[in-house]
Design a binder for this molecule. Structure first.
Ligand code: SF4
Ligand SMILES: [Mg+2]
Length: 428
């Protein structure tokens, strides 16, 4: 279970210098004010709080809270990011962080399985789901939460699909704290505070109105919300508050006790350096060939060999959706120290062993990014491009066949530029 640092400052965390970014009367304003009140009440250090948001009007929450950590993610993925953030904090750090997700109808719909899984695992996070029955930011289209008969641009004669009861979905998924409140409910502050301190997954579905789209098309105001919910058998209040089940990190560390600070380290299975290397600086190698010709597995072997020599290595692969035809690429980064950037802006080495690989690199304009110090290692069958870089040609395909061309080309590179001994590459 987590402990939090008491924070003596009880001033507002909201940026008071700018007004709320939402339309007049929007329920989101109530949500952010009550979230702010809850955080003041809980007195957590702002650095112990992380907001995770995504697309939609409520996603503007992060700019309104300057002092807490904020992560703005892709649509619907907030819960997945929050899962990673929460687990990293629990398992690798001090377990103090309070991870709070703010999403709307869109985030909940697109991220439905992420929500279900976070509840299933009982990941320590709080989801504030702002349900205003529609997609406000994109023009007021109906959502899976729209009540029956609700008028929107996409349901001009009234919605005919019953709304999803997200609280019920998450109760069925194993959520341990589930509440549904109106944004205007005075007790919302206490409910949010209770959810944030809950050990495990908590969701507060906050029902509110989009004044830009909902109230302009429907005969509905805030006083009708309880009636709308009742009509769809959706209960207000705290529906479950169960604290017996340990959160996911608690269960996880019970099964897989931390090995030092790294719970994922598997004793005896890691790569132990047994050779030395001569690499001074980080280098980027692009290996290009054809699908089905062991390009990516050769790159993996090469990275493992580099690690056997005490180097850090990363590998990124690319191939067409078809997998078995067309090009196959691997981007390899080697470094004598930890790698913080895995991209290759200006490749130090480019190795091309087939026409498919060449075509792809030309389309990606990789050759225009080569420096005069770069090395291009090319199969003899391929016409070399006009370059300032050093070009080395060798009949890899003719001599070793397509299946071994990539592997032999990497070995050939080590023969010319021994950044680490070839022997390390020969261990399978
Ligand atoms: S469009 Fe709707 S949800 Fe978005 S800020 Fe305006 S009232 Fe709020
Ligand atoms: Mg919405």
């Amino acid at each position: 279970m987590k402990s939090n640092t008491p924070y003596s400052d009880t001033s507002s965390l909201l940026v008071e210098s700018c007004s709320m970014p939402f339309c007049k009367g929007c329920g989101h304003t109530h949500v952010l004010r009550k979230l702010n009140d809850a955080l003041i009440q809980l007195q957590f250090a702002p650095t112990d709080v992380c907001f995770v948001t995504d697309i939609g009007c409520i996603g503007l929450a992060d700019v309104m809270f300057e002092t807490v950590h904020t992560v703005h993610t892709t649509h619907g993925r907030s819960m997945a990011f929050a899962t990673g953030i929460s687990l990293a904090d629990s398992l690798l750090s001090q377990g103090k962080l309070k991870t709070i997700v703010l999403i709307g109808d869109g985030g909940a719909m697109i991220g439905l399985l992420h929500l279900v899984e976070a509840a299933q695992l009982n990941v320590d996070m709080t989801v504030l789901l702002c349900n205003n029955f529609l997609f406000g930011m994109t023009g007021g289209q109906h959502s899976a939460f729209s009540p029956l008969d609700f008028l929107t641009p996409t349901t001009p004669k009234g919605n005919i699909t019953p709304p999803i009861d997200m609280c019920n979905v998450l109760l069925a998924s194993g959520a341990t704290y589930v509440a549904r409140k109106l944004a205007t409910d005075k007790s919302l502050t206490e409910t949010i505070a209770e959810a944030i301190t809950h050990p495990g997954f908590s969701i507060v579905e906050i029902v509110e109105l989009c004044t830009e789209h909902a109230t302009t098309r429907n005969e509905i105001t805030g006083v009708h919300l309880t009636e709308v919910l009742t009509r769809h058998n959706q209960t207000l209040g705290v529906l479950l508050n169960e604290t017996e089940r340990g959160d996911f990190s608690f269960q996880y560390s019970g099964k897989y006790p931390a090995n030092g600070n790294l719970p994922f380290k598997m004793e005896g299975k890691g790569i132990v350096p047994s050779f030395t290397h001569s690499l001074q600086n980080q280098i980027g190698i692009v290996l290009a060939g054809s699908a089905g010709e062991r390009v990516q597995s050769s790159a993996k072997k090469f990275c493992e060999a580099a690690m056997r020599c005490g180097l850090s290595a990363t590998q990124k692969n690319d191939n067409p959706i078809t997998q078995g035809s067309g090009f196959s690429l691997s981007e390899i980064v080697l470094s004598p120290s930890e790698i913080f950037y895995t991209g290759i802006d200006e490749p130090d080495v480019v190795i091309v062993v087939s026409h498919d690989g060449m075509k792809e690199l030309e389309e990606k304009e990789v050759f225009s990014r080569l420096l005069p110090t770069s090395i291009l290692l090319l199969d003899e069958e391929i016409e070399p491009p006009a370059l300032d870089a050093t070009i080395v040609r060798y009949p890899f395909r003719k001599e070793f066949g397509g299946k071994d061309a990539a592997l032999k080309a990497l070995e050939h590179y080590l023969g010319h530029y021994p950044v680490f001994p070839k022997e390390a590459f020969h261990i399978s």
